[in-house]
Design a binder for this molecule. Structure first.
Ligand SMILES: C[S@@+](CC[C@H](N)C(=O)[O-])C[C@H]1O[C@@H](n2cnc3c(N)ncnc32)[C@H](O)[C@@H]1O
Length: 244
């Protein structure tokens, strides 16, 4: 019998989760950016700006953006790394990656894009100065394996940045739940004609490891000096760690 895992609140076979996550992102790809702005009231831009600042990418850096989707982080990193740098936009989902690649090309940025699974990265070890994953880890089946891969491809001294939804400050829990389970699926239905994917979003956030648990997972994956910053009262958190 195959192993089981979570897809939102459902318990499913591991292979089924991969297919279901793929369906979600094929379905939302075209409306992904507009939905992000609407759902977060633009806050995701501030969280990403903070992440980009913490990454401190300099000219010539090699950077891997995992689960990069429509390319917000890769776009900023490519500008900072410049012509001597190497920035990769990668994702497991072709629809998301295509939107990202076209978006970057429209901004005059031709960077390598690659379809790949974070759990089996097709890159050599000790290669990247920075590895980032924004709102992607939550969707991965074997988060521990993915984190180990991220650690493997980093150079010694390199930094991993994990931006993800997290555990919100307790007093805000109730209104946040109401918003997540009522407004998000409603918006999803109205804008992307897909309430289910946005119900999955709300559920997957609840099932994701909280700040301290993710910190421990990153340490177990071999990262050092792991720390996190809560963003908007813990709606999201940025975890960083260094490979020694
Ligand atoms: C919510 S989107 C985030 C996109 C982008 N990073 C951002 O912050 O806007 C999550 C992305 O994770 C990708 N993803 C899910 N599982 C993955 C895996 N195992 N390996 C790589 N990417 C994965 C999805 O295809 C999707 O594009």
């Amino acid at each position: 019998m195959s192993d089981t895992t979570h897809f939102g609140y459902q318990t499913v076979a591991e292979e089924e989760k991969v297919h279901k996550v793929a369906e979600v992102f094929h379905s939302v790809a075209q409306k992904y950016d507009v939905m992000n702005d609407l759902m977060s009231g633009g806050l995701h831009r501030i969280w990403k700006t903070f992440t980009i600042a913490q990454a401190g990418v300099r000219p010539g850096f090699k950077v891997l953006d995992i689960a990069g989707g429509t390319g917000d982080l890769a776009k900023a990193f490519a500008r900072q790394a410049g012509s001597t740098g190497e920035v990769w936009l990668t994702d497991i989902n072709e629809s998301m990656l295509r939107v990202g690649r076209d978006r970057l090309l429209n901004k005059g940025l031709a960077i390598p894009t690659l379809l790949c699974d974070a759990e089996k990265l097709p890159f050599p070890g000790n290669y990247f100065d920075r590895v980032s994953v924004a709102f992607g880890l939550r969707n991965m089946t074997h988060k521990d394996a993915a984190l180990k891969e991220m650690q493997r491809v980093l150079k010694p001294g390199g930094k991993l940045l994990v931006l993800e939804f997290s555990k919100v400050w307790e007093p805000l829990q109730k209104p946040y739940d109401t918003y997540s389970f009522s407004v998000l699926p409603w918006l999803g239905k109205r804008i992307a004609n897909d309430a289910e994917s946005y119900r999955y979003l709300a559920e997957s956030i609840r099932m994701h490891p909280d700040q301290e648990t993710l910190k421990r997972m990153m340490q177990e994956a071999g990262l050092d000096r792991v720390q996190y910053h809560n963003l908007t009262a813990g709606v999201a958190a940025l975890h960083t760690g260094i490979k020694f």
